[in-house]
Design a protein around this ligand. Structure first.
Ligand SMILES: CC(C)(COP(=O)(O)OP(=O)(O)OC[C@H]1O[C@@H](n2cnc3c(N)ncnc32)[C@H](O)[C@@H]1O)[C@@H](O)C(=O)NCCC(=O)NCCS
Ligand SMILES: Nc1ncnc2c1ncn2[C@@H]1O[C@H](COP(=O)(O)OP(=O)(O)OP(=O)(O)O)[C@@H](O)[C@H]1O
Length: 227
């Protein structure tokens, strides 16, 4: 099984690109979706967030107020580290479970859509790695529009992540999503053709490494969740 790492800064267009993979019947594991699930009321990540941030971070219905928590953590590095410690073990556990599920179902190609692929070390599970980029001005503009937030908060969100230039150096494929959807779709088409071509031998080589990496990842998350 080949695990293609898909990443990129906030609002650069990861979901847009992962939808293009889905439209080609490629299985996509979405870490934002996993993070949303584990932080739903009474799930593992939820309990740890409440323990760490208190009940003032909850909405009247008891769910986490994501907008308020986001505002808090994107402007405060220490709070962000606390949130990561509270959520990442549960995300990693579920991610390892989904990867193993794909493996036993004999999937040959899985896309792992992980915003913090390089920041968290998740990149070690994946090869090759695809980075979605966009022109910084376009990124801010799309983020402000989508999240209906101030320019200042949008810039804080971007600054909380690893700079795009560093991620570029660690990635094998780059998709520039600054332009039209069609321009992005053309780039993804070319990459899919290239990856499918090398799938048989690259998949065979990567299988033992994949299993080892999934096991290490799961073990690590189990240990962290017990701490
Ligand atoms: C901060 C939270 C409350 C904001 O919720 P919100 O619904 O507004 O955003 P959403 O979850 O859809 O994330 C949007 C984007 O924010 C960025 N982002 C999310 N968490 C983080 C983080 N801890 N550090 C840096 N960037 C982050 C990513 O680019 C992500 O794609 C939420 O993202 C969260 O609980 N994050 C912690 C879990 C995590 O690290 N998720 C990332 C995938 S593992
Ligand atoms: N090529 C494009 N042209 C115009 N708008 C776009 C394009 N690509 C993405 N967008 C818009 O930009 C915003 C961010 O895109 P998207 O949600 O795909 O980014 P993302 O990287 O998945 O975001 P996040 O980091 O929050 O998960 C969305 O509102 C989307 O509709």
């Amino acid at each position: 099984m080949l695990i293609l790492g898909l990443t990129g800064g906030i609002a650069t267009g990861k979901s847009t690109v992962s939808n293009l993979f889905k439209s080609k019947n490629v299985t996509v594991i979405d870490c934002d979706d996993i993070a949303h699930d584990v932080t739903k009321k009474n799930n593992a990540g939820y309990k740890r967030i409440v323990r760490s941030f208190g009940r003032s971070i909850l909405q009247p219905d008891g769910e986490i107020d994501r907008q308020a928590l986001g505002k808090l953590v994107f402007e405060d590095a220490e709070a962000r580290r606390r949130l990561n410690r509270a959520t990442h073990p549960a995300v990693t556990c579920e991610l390892a479970r989904q990867l193993l599920f794909c493996f036993v179902r004999l999937k040959r190609l899985v896309v792992l859509d992980m915003p913090l692929l390089y920041e968290t070390g998740g990149y070690m599970l994946t090869w090759p790695r695809l980075l979605v980029t966009s022109d910084p001005a376009v990124q801010v503009e799309r983020l402000v529009k989508r999240d209906k937030c101030s320019r200042q908060l949008a810039e804080a969100k971007i600054a909380s992540q690893m700079p795009q230039e560093r991620k570029q150096q660690m990635s094998q494929y780059i998709v520039d999503n600054s332009g039209s959807h069609n321009h992005t779709a053309d780039q993804v088409d070319r990459i899919v053709v290239e990856i499918q071509k090398g799938l048989s031998w690259k998949g065979a080589i990567s299988t033992p490494a994949t299993l080892l990496a999934i096991a290490a990842f799961a073990l690590n998350s189990l240990i962290s969740s017990m701490q």
